[in-house]
Design a protein around this ligand. Sequence first.
Ligand SMILES: Cc1cc2nc3c(=O)[nH]c(=O)nc-3n(C[C@H](O)[C@H](O)[C@H](O)COP(=O)(O)O)c2cc1C
Length: 220
Amino acid sequence: MKNPQPRTTEKPVAPFDYPIQHTIKLSKSIDPIPASFDEVITKRKSARTFSGINLGQLSNILWYTAKVKKTLLQDNGYILTHRGTPSAGARHPIDILIIDATLLDSNLPHYYNPIEHSLNRIDLPAQLVANFFEHVNVIVNTTNATILWFIAHPDRTATKYENPESLIWRDAGALINSIQLTCTALNVSCCPIGSLGEPYISDLFNHQSGVFGAGGVLIG
Ligand SMILES: Cc1cc2nc3c(=O)[nH]c(=O)nc-3n(C[C@H](O)[C@H](O)[C@H](O)COP(=O)(O)O)c2cc1C
């Protein structure tokens, strides 16, 4: 395995357009979390049964872990962002897709827009989504769970670093930990899933721009 190295010049990253059908604007989290850090770190564990969450709870979890708090524009036009979770070079190559037919009134995945703090239903082939859902359900029973799946866009990291692969895996691990700690603080169960979700995720996006599944979590 080779060490990642910053490149001396960066090529621009082509934008990735999700085929969005419908947007749900989430509200800002206003309630401070009452749990202490000591309580959260002591209580954290992976739980494999779920009770279901409401939109406010999902909004809070995304707010603390993935919402953009600050942006910086690089000279070459790339927008670096700071969020609750760290990312190598502030590139944030991982987007989060949410699947919960009960909560979101659709079997289709919703893309979390971390700048708008919104959920965006994406038009993907229903059968391919069902295949992915079944794949996750076999690993851990999804009853009353919300799926948060990580979609890696390797070009975002690869244009800045040579040998970028390990950075993307480490970003995925950072995201798992942030989400699980936040869930613990909010009394929500959370279980990481070891599968990457392949080949289902690559099939869903028709292998565009090298996008691939980088695992995910069940929460609820
Ligand atoms: C990257 C990663 C993948 C995991 N994959 C699964 C999984 O597929 N199924 C599962 O039941 N638990 C999974 N887990 C949860 C671990 O089994 C769990 O963290 C471990 O048993 C320790 O338990 P704890 O998290 O409650 O401390 C995963 C955890 C991590 C960090």
